[in-house]
Structures are given as structure tokens and as C-alpha cells.
Design a protein. Structure first.
Length: 719
């Protein structure tokens, strides 16, 4: 049996390496092409789209359906993503990639053969982009992309590709998937193979000859480097007894990719980028050691992924295999470690023309650029330098992991002013905290200043969906339910203390349908421009709605954290809307002026607080607007309208405003009203004619009133 297996292994190896070479053919005239340029306008990749009848786009592969313009644009956008990241070395460019279709349910794939049979060879696509030698083309191209008509049982999303750090739709975006797949053609792939030997009923895995650049950076469970023509010893794999001692040993499934750039980014947090034999799909990945298994990574083969771009450590791996990438153009800093206390003085600005340094106080224009990424858990990080982005989909800070404490220091700017930008993003985990004392804004189209949002699954929600107390699992990973539940069984952020500025085009503060925030404390010094939105609406085991407590007027300590006590000196005017059926709105101290329209769970005005302004408050039908302090419809001639029930306690005051035009403010309650306490009247500034003798004629006094209190404080003259 051994000799037969060795023969089959040899044949498999030859097939794997023999596929690196193919005959060049002339493209059919019907093939449409599109050249994607880099930011300098230099041709980067030429895409050749093959329709039905256009011939082979790859060896013995022809398109079975015509790709639509929507899908073509998504493929072009994905290619454009890479054209911005990789610095082109002119000479052999553009790389040519054939694009074909297949009738199947596996989504999409991309590949490129090794440029040569020499060890450390790049892929042919990489050789063309970096001006290295390659042998020849396959079907007239350096590589190929193939798109199946289905992703599992679902169709591809019809929405245009939108740069974003998190997936925005429940459907699978071909553009996002192709970022992953083109990564393989660029070189994220090993010369490793795995197949099942039907004759002998065993799994065989090994490395072929013509060792590629990626494979030279692989290490096994015991930190030993991979080698050409080496057997792989994995769980369930057969190999000759004589080869065991010298095999690539991954029986613990702890292989990893290492290199100088990766080590720099990881900074000791792990040995390298995790590689796996087994995946969520089954016991043997395909292609083997071609996926980066950082948690939820776009470049992984996990069934749930909530990244839509590569992390900094993944870009570093591409540097390690020979690409020139200005990594600081896309990431200011990353934290992969756990349990660290860090003052981050690394800024994020625009880059100089050479890509060697930041230009102080300029905005970075990179698509999907990010100032700070927190991958690890249980860290306390103070952001102490400006992060300025204006690129599409760019962000200031993204936080994953669990129980990270993020602090934005006073006067620090975190700006993400590009389209779909997000200033601060909490994107995964539970029990994080945020103390914001600086300036966060996202003023571009759909911009969100502070975002609490797991996003959707980049593979499509059909293979998994997660959020705060939310877990929908694919049956293939049911055995992971308990561990994943523990990651999600709590609010994404337990407390958000705000004494700084937040401003957003779409929202100043946004909580998605899958993200719960426990407590938001708006305290002295805060300013808010834009709506406060919560789409979260989940109940606990007892059927009670999980609430976000939104407080105005608690006192902050010297570090900007809530003391839990009322601040009678608090003052804030906010003109935005508060929209969240799970938001419990509390006025806890001082004076808050609200002039927007609000939909909340309930409202409570504490005895130490005044709520002024105008607008509509929609309250849950079973709850109340409770007033134990002062409710002040403060604009004469306008009203505070409560769509719901109103209850005023014995300590509560309803203070109405009037002016010298005989206008008076009002409280309108569309529900039950229980009125205890006091009703008072406060004049606006103006001129009032008063008759102290009770006469309708002269003599009278002309009063100019300068107080908004119920007791007049007026100066009068006899007339």
C-alpha cells in the first residue's frame, strides 16, 4: 500500500506544479476588458471578462452565464481596493486576470500559478505587478477569477460595493468576497495540497516542489519551517512511518505564518498569523494554509466574518512576501495584545509623496484607512494623538476583542469625514467602555461619529449572525455555541462617558440592531451635533426589553468618568433627535434644552434637573414620562407634546413660558396625565404693560423683564 500511496503522492505533486504552466491562447474578440489603474494613473490590472462562448478563461473552463454590469463593477471595485494598497513596480504591468463564470453554489475563487519553479517564487500576478521574471501566461493571463451564480442557496447582493469597515447588508457582496479572492492570486496561498485517497481510504497532505514565497514563511506546531516536497502530518492524515520525524507537524493545528513585518505588527501578541488545517467547513481546508485565521477575518475561512478589509497584520504578510506597501497609509497603529495599558501617541495623517512620513495636521485620503485598530482584549488604551481621515469608508478607531477600555484624551481629534466614515467603531465583543473627552466627528455622507455596530456577516448572514445577546449559527459550528455565546452575552459597551464633542452626518451616536450599550452619560463639557439613534430591540429571558440608559446631567470626575451623582451646574442645549425604542431617557441634574423630536422607551426628570425646550416625545404605551423636577416648555407659543402617559410627582413643576405678544407655551399629553406638584409661569424677555390699579386705562407701567423665573425681575417706569 505504501508504494501505491507514494506513487499517488508523486502524481498529485506533479499535477499541482504542472498546472503552473499552460498554453497562451489569443483572446476572443467578444471578450470585454477593463483596466484598473493605481492612484497615480498607472495600469495595475487588466480584467478580461469572458461571456458564454468566449472560450476558455482558465484551462478547460468556459463561462456558463454572462456576468452582469453590476457584478462587473463590484469586481472592478475590489481590484481597485488592491490597486491602492500595493505599490506597483512598472515594467511588466498591468497584470492580466481573466474573469469567467460557473453554475455552482460555492461563491467565487481566484488563482495565479507560480511565476517559476524556483523556491520562493511569487505568483505570476505578483511577478507582473512587481516587475519580476515569470515563465509564461495561462490562457493569455497571469491569473483568473471565477464567479459562481450562487453563494450557497442565495444570490449575490445587487447593491453597489460600498467601502466600509463592517459589512452593511445581510446579503453577500461580490465586491467584498473578491477582495478576499484576489488576495489569493496576489500570493496568499501555499504550495500545499490535501486529497482523499479513495483506493486506500486515507487523507494525504504535503507540500509540492516549486515552493512559493508564502510557503517559505510557514511554521508548524513546533516552530519548524515548511520545506518543498515535505509530508504534512495532520489529524487524520496518513504518511509513511519513515516520514513522520521529518514531516510538517500540525497535529495540534497550530501552524502559523511569520515574517519581519508581521512580527513588527503583532509585537509579541502571538507567534504569527494563525493558519489551520481544519476549518468551519470541515477537517481539511482548501486551499491548505491559504487562509489567515485571525478572528472574524475577511481572509479567513470562518463561517462568520465581520471585517470587510484586511487587517494591518495581514497587509504586513504581503510585505513579507515581497510587496511594497505603505502600511501607515492604511493603519496608524494596531493593538493585537491583551491586558495592556497603552498611551497611544501614534497619529494618523496624510502621507508625503514618498510614503515615508505623515504630514502633520493633514487628512489622510486612503480608502478604508484607520487610525487605530484594537484586536486584543482587556486593554486600557488612551488615544493621545489626532487621527484624521477623509477617505471613503475611513475610520478613526475600531475596537474588537472584549472588555477594552478606550479613552479619547482632551483636545484629541478623531475625524472620519469621508463617505460612510465612522469616527469610533465598536464592532465586536462585550463589556467594552468608552470615555470620550476629545473631538470625534464624521461629517461625510452617512457619517457616524460614534458607532456601536457588529455589522453583518461578510459571507452573508445565512452562515451566521451575531450581536449583543444575539447568535445565529450555521449548523456546521453548532459545537461552538457555548464559547461564542460567552463572547456575546453582555452589552457591546457597558458604559460610554461623554464630556467631549461628537458630530455626525447620519448620527452623532449610533447603536445598530445588533449592538446594545448599557449606559450613556452626557456630562458637563459635552456637545452633540447629529441624531442619537438606537435600532436595538431585544428582550431578556423574562421578556423585558434590554435598555440603554441615556443620562444627561450626572457629574464627571477629573478623568471624565461618571460619579453617578447629580451635577446641578450641568448645562446642555441639543437640537438633534433621540430615536430608540429601547432608550430610557434620564435628566439627572442641571438644565438640558432639547428641541428635537424623540421616540424613546420612557423619560424621567429627576428632582435635581430641568428639561427645557420643545418637541415631541413618543413614549412606550406601557411606560411614563415622569417629572419630579422641572419640565419647562421654554418657547412661548410652542409646546412639548407627549405621545404617551405623563406623571408629575409632588416635587415636580410644570413651568410654562409666556411673552409680551400674549403667547404662552403648553404641554400636550396624548395619554393619561397625573398632575401633582406645581405649575408656574416664566416670562420671556420683552416689554409688558402692567396696571397696578386694576384699571384698563392709564396710568400704567412699561416693564422690561429680563428673567426667566416665575418671580418677575423687572425694571419699570411710570407712563
Amino acid at each position: 500500500m505504501t508504494s501505491r500511496l507514494i506513487d499517488k503522492l508523486t502524481m498529485s505533486t506533479c499535477l499541482a506544479t504542472g498546472a503552473l504552466y499552460g498554453a497562451m491562447i489569443n483572446p476572443a474578440v467578444a471578450i470585454t476588458t477593463h483596466v484598473v489603474n493605481d492612484p497615480q494613473g498607472t495600469p495595475f490590472i487588466q480584467l478580461r471578462f469572458f461571456d458564454v462562448g468566449d472560450g476558455d478563461f482558465d484551462v478547460n473552463n468556459q463561462s456558463t452565464w454572462n456576468i452582469t454590469d453590476i457584478y462587473k463593477n463590484q469586481i472592478i471595485n475590489a481590484t481597485g481596493y488592491w490597486s491602492e494598497i500595493i505599490k506597483l513596480v512598472p515594467g511588466e504591468n498591468p497584470a492580466i486576470i481573466n474573469v469567467g463564470t460557473n453554475t455552482a453554489d460555492w461563491g467565487a475563487a481566484a488563482s495565479s500559478p507560480n511565476a517559476t519553479m524556483q523556491n520562493g517564487s511569487p505568483t505570476t500576478v505578483q511577478a507582473a505587478l512587481t516587475n519580476q521574471y515569470y515563465t509564461n501566461l495561462t490562457n493569455g493571463a497571469h491569473g483568473y477569477i471565477v464567479v459562481a451564480n450562487k453563494v450557497g442557496t442565495e444570490d449575490w447582493s445587487q447593491a453597489p460595493y460600498t467601502p466600509s469597515h463592517i459589512a452593511l447588508t445581510a446579503e453577500t457582496s461580490l465586491g467584498t468576497v473578491l477582495i478576499h479572492e484576489i488576495g489569493h492570486a496576489l500570493g496568499i496561498a501555499a504550495n500545499a495540497f490535501s486529497f482523499f485517497d479513495d483506493d486506500n481510504g486515507v487523507q494525504i497532505a504535503g507540500f509540492g516542489g516549486g515552493f512559493d514565497a508564502w510557503s517559505t514563511h510557514l511554521r508548524d506546531d513546533n516552530d519548524n519551517a515548511a520545506r518543498p516536497n515535505q509530508w504534512i502530518n495532520c489529524n487524520g492524515c496518513w504518511l509513511p512511518p519513515a516520514a513522520i520525524a521529518d514531516a510538517f507537524d500540525v497535529r495540534k493545528d497550530q501552524a502559523y505564518f511569520t515574517g519581519a513585518h508581521v512580527s513588527e505588527v503583532l509585537n509579541g501578541a502571538m507567534k504569527g498569523l494563525p493558519m489551520r488545517v481544519a476549518t468551519d467547513y470541515g477537517p481539511y481546508d482548501s486551499p491548505l494554509f491559504g487562509h489567515i485565521e485571525l478572528k472574524n477575518s475577511l481572509m479567513s475561512h470562518q463561517l462568520y466574518r465581520n471585517y470587510s478589509t484586511l487587517m494591518e497584520a495581514e497587509l504586513a504578510a504581503l510585505q513579507d512576501i515581497g510587496y511594497t506597501i505603505d502600511r501607515r497609509n492604511f493603519y496608524g497603529h494596531s493593538v493585537y495584545g491583551n491586558g495592556l495599558t497603552i498611551i497611544n501617541n501614534n497619529p494618523y495623517f496624510g502621507r508625503n509623496a514618498e510614503g515615508t512620513a505623515y504630514i502633520n495636521n493633514t487628512y489622510n485620503t486612503a480608502t478604508l484607512g484607520l487610525g487605530l485598530h484594537v484586536y486584543g482584549s482587556h486593554n486600557t488604551i488612551t488615544q493621545n494623538a489626532d487621527l484624521l481621515s477623509v477617505g471613503s469608508g475611513g475610520g478613526g478607531i475600531r475596537v474588537d476583542g472584549a472588555a477594552n477600555n478606550l479613552i479619547v484624551a482632551p483636545d484629541v481629534r478623531v475625524h472620519a469625514n469621508g463617505a460612510n466614515g465612522r469616527g469610533i467603531m465598536f464592532a465586536y465583543g462585550k463589556d467594552h467602555t468608552l470615555t470620550h473627552r476629545g473631538d470625534v466627528q464624521a461629517m461625510g455622507e452617512n457619517g457616524i461619529a460614534v458607532s456601536f455596530d457588529f455589522g453583518h456577516n461578510s459571507r452573508g448572514d445565512g452562515t451566521g449572525y451575531r450581536g449583543s445577546y444575539i447568535l445565529e449559527l450555521d449548523d456546521r459550528v453548532e459545537d461552538q455555541r457555548a464559547a461564542i455565546t460567552e463572547e456575546l452575552n453582555g452589552p457591546l459597551v457597558s458604559s460610554f462617558d461623554l464630556t467631549g464633542r461628537v458630530a455626525g452626518n447620519k448620527a452623532a451616536i449610533f447603536m445598530s440592531e445588533n449592538a446594545l450599550v448599557g449606559q450613556i452619560n452626557v456630562m458637563q463639557g459635552a456637545s452633540i451635533f447629529g441624531d442619537i439613534i438606537s435600532d436595538y430591540y431585544q428582550t431578556n429571558e423574562d421578556g423585558h426589553l434590554r435598555l440603554t440608559e441615556l443620562s444627561f446631567g450626572l457629574k464627571a470626575d477629573a478623568q471624565g468618568n461618571s460619579t453617578g451623582t447629580a451635577d446641578t451646574d450641568f448645562r446642555l442645549a441639543y437640537g438633534g433627535n433621540i430615536k430608540g425604542k429601547n432608550i430610557s431617557l434620564h435628566l439627572d441634574g442641571g438644565t438640558t434644552l432639547l428641541t428635537g423630536n424623540h421616540q424613546v422607551f420612557d423619560v424621567g426628570v429627576a428632582q435635581t434637573a430641568m428639561l427645557s425646550g420643545q418637541g415631541i416625545y413618543q413614549i412606550d404605551a406601557a411606560q411614563q414620562f415622569r417629572n419630579s423636577g422641572i419640565l419647562n416648555p421654554s418657547v412661548a407659543g410652542t409646546a412639548i407634546t407627549i405621545d404617551g402617559n405623563y406623571a408629575q410627582s409632588a416635587t415636580g413643576t410644570l413651568q410654562l413660558a409666556f411673552n409680551d405678544q400674549s403667547d404662552i407655551s403648553s404641554l400636550i399629553v396624548n395619554g393619561s396625565a397625573g398632575l401633582n406638584g406645581t405649575i408656574s409661569f416664566a416670562p420671556d424677555r420683552g416689554y409688558y404693560l402692567c396696571n397696578p390699579y386694576g384699571l384698563l386705562e392709564e396710568p400704567t407701567y412699561v416693564f422690561r423683564c429680563n428673567s426667566n423665573q416665575s418671580n418677575f425681575a423687572c425694571a419699570g417706569t411710570y407712563r
